[in-house]
Design a binder for this molecule. Structure first.
Ligand SMILES: Nc1ncnc2c1ncn2[C@@H]1O[C@H](COP(=O)(O)OP(=O)(O)OP(=O)(O)O)[C@@H](O)[C@H]1O
Length: 273
């Protein structure tokens, strides 16, 4: 039975490519009002999980339902218009000379790079508003190619929000940002997470420092399998992090933020003891 309240519903989902299992036996559900962070080391399968959620990848096994639509049986083109996606791959597809505001507006037309298209003034107004929410309204007229990495990420998040998605998927939005830009982005994502009208969200990251306050749940992934999942505070423990990253880690919580580092003496004692 499908659970209609779930925005993402994965039942025994595996993705295989040749001999490799990218993710295996995933049981995971995301509800409407939840904000999930997916955390794990390089190669753990985080992006694969996100690509399943965005219907870019179909399960090799198991059942996947996104926004009530069973993947494999549904028109994914229509479904994708209901999902806001921000990935590094997307960043590479934006024409360098497209204006930031048009990068955002064109999301409503499910196209990229048609900057000569006539856009509705209402849409342009909304795009500017969203750029403002992300703190980059002053860059609206700038060519995408002239923006810094952090600025581009924010433009793409504004783009992801343009269609009023029911599900927002963010793949490593803070990667490559300097400390100030990261902190600023974490604060903006926190505002979004705390907004009750914001869509259900899934944010992929390698770092606990990048978890925006307001995120409610966490899924820890290692070698394609779930180590732990559930409420953020329950899941984010030293024990679970050690299993996920295969080394003893010290976890600190300062206010509503998390910080982690390797336990003192762990390097000498052997990483996995
Ligand atoms: N087509 C493929 N064939 C074989 N293996 C693949 C294929 N695509 C991905 N993989 C492997 O699947 C694993 C999971 O990849 P994925 O990109 O989902 O991990 P990730 O957790 O997002 O990693 P990172 O943090 O490094 O971005 C990796 O080991 C990757 O090398």
């Amino acid at each position: 039975m499908e659970n209609e309240d779930l925005v993402i519903d994965m039942r025994g989902v595996s993705v295989r490519r040749g001999q490799a299992t990218l993710v295996g036996g995933v049981e995971w559900g995301v509800e409407l009002d939840e904000r999930w962070v997916v955390l794990g080391p390089n190669g753990a399968g985080k992006t694969t999980l996100l690509r399943l959620a965005s219907a870019e990848v179909h399960p090799s096994e198991g059942e996947l339902t996104v926004l009530g639509e069973r993947i494999g049986r549904t028109d994914v083109f229509e479904l994708r218009t209901r999902i806001g996606l921000c990935t590094n791959a997307l960043m590479g597809r934006v024409p360098r000379d497209e204006k930031a505001v048009d990068v955002v507006v064109s999301a409503g037309y499910a196209i990229m790079g048609r900057w000569r298209e006539h856009y509705d003034r209402l849409d342009t107004g909304r795009a500017r508003e969203l750029l403002g929410t992300l703190g980059v309204e002053h860059l609206a007229e700038r060519e995408f190619g002239t923006l810094s990495d952090g600025e581009r990420k924010r433009v793409l998040i504004a783009r992801a929000l343009m269609t009023d998605p029911e599900l927002l998927l963010l793949d490593e939005p803070a990667s490559g940002l300097d400390l100030g830009a990261r902190e600023d982005l974490v604060a903006r994502l926190s505002e979004l997470a705390l907004d009750p009208d914001a869509p259900a969200s899934v944010l992929v990251t390698h770092h606990v420092e990048e978890i925006p306050p307001g995120f409610t749940h966490a899924l820890l992934l290692r070698e394609g399998a779930i180590v732990a999942q559930g409420l953020l505070d329950d899941v984010l423990t030293e024990d679970n992090l050690a299993k996920t990253f295969d080394q003893p880690l010290e976890l600190q919580r300062a206010g509503d933020r998390y910080f982690a580092r390797r336990k003192a003496g762990a390097a000498e004692a052997g990483a996995t003891e």
